[in-house]
Design a protein around this ligand. Sequence first.
Ligand SMILES: Cc1ncc(COP(=O)(O)O)c(C=O)c1O
Length: 413
Amino acid sequence: MDYIQEMFAERIGGSRFGMSDVIYKFEKIKRSKREAAELHPDMELIDLGVGQPDYMADGDVIRVLSEESAKWENRGYADNGIDEFKKAAAKYMDQVFGVKDIDYETETLHMIGSKAGLTILPQAFINPGDVTLITVPGYPVMGTITEWLGGEKYELPLKEEHDFYPDLDAIPENICKRAKLIYVNYPNNPTGQAATREFFEKLVAFAKKNHIIIVQDAAYAAICLDGQKPLSILSIDGAKDIAVEIHSLSKSYNMTGWRLGFAVGNAKIIAALATVKDNFDAGQFKPIQLAGSYALAHPELTEQMNTVYKRRQKLLCELLAEKGFCVTPSKGTFYLYVKAPTGMADGKTFATAEDFSQYMIREKMISVVPWDDAGHYVRFSLTFHAPTAEIEKEIMDEVRVRLADCEFVFEER
Ligand SMILES: Cc1ncc(COP(=O)(O)O)c(C=O)c1O
């Protein structure tokens, strides 16, 4: 007797769980890559779609992990974190962002990656009927968890005509009244836009006026490609009254699989997060926190990677411009976001960015990620696997060869 099917919670589809034939974007890309590899056995896939660094963590970070793992006192539960990491996080906020007044005990909290932080946050604030404002395209988890809690997400499109910032003035008053959280992410995945002080100031004023908590997803905060200094929302006057920033070591220290990040900001928000978190996990392995503390004390490691990404971005921008794409280099993150072509000179058409990405994977064995949420764009990642500068050039040359017969057309949609 199978009564399991009748028992699934509504939030994951209820009795229809596992039966939907909707294939989500990243699963579709995965399947297309598999099928394309069978169709083109002699061609290697060039993956310009990956969302994680191709380099390994720094050797000294790995050494600290190895040494600390051998110590008896580090074997146990870490619960809500060790002081060494909290202190390192507070110091990092000063050293990298000039945010000086962080009390490490009450205003920082380690996280098992920033994704964990973003899933925990709504559980501390959202009651049924409450609203989370969330930017699209973007990282969706806070919206999903809000809905699971009986709340609603309200999407704020990031459009080119607004420089990929949400149009705060366009949010209806009744939504502002019900909103408890606003999620932003700068530097932004996927648009590559970075925040300005003016935007953050406007956001803080909007949040205070409407009694909303700001969640600034700082997963790419130190990955600046335009020569500007990294910017924290906590450097804005009064932001700490109403904001929390979620940092991650995944992208800035090539530590995606290590699962380490931290929340920093308003002490009441941090206390609520700690209470929820304590019920969900038992803390990250102490040696990982110690290795992370070492990394945070060495922000030059991120700067070294930024040099690599800048070099790759230049190569990719040149190539895409040659093919007719309208390219604006990203200010931050390791993504480049460009308008998808509408078709090709031979008459082929791409109704969506997804159509274009499917063509690239199936016909050219080049993987890129489509975004059709606010306009039709594709995201190219600068994290394609290339251990040296020479290999970076070779990969770009191979892309050039594969696209040699493509004359893309870009029409107004
Ligand atoms: C915008 C954004 N936020 C958060 C995350 C989660 O990162 P992690 O959980 O590895 O810290 C990602 C990962 O891709 C991301 O792109």
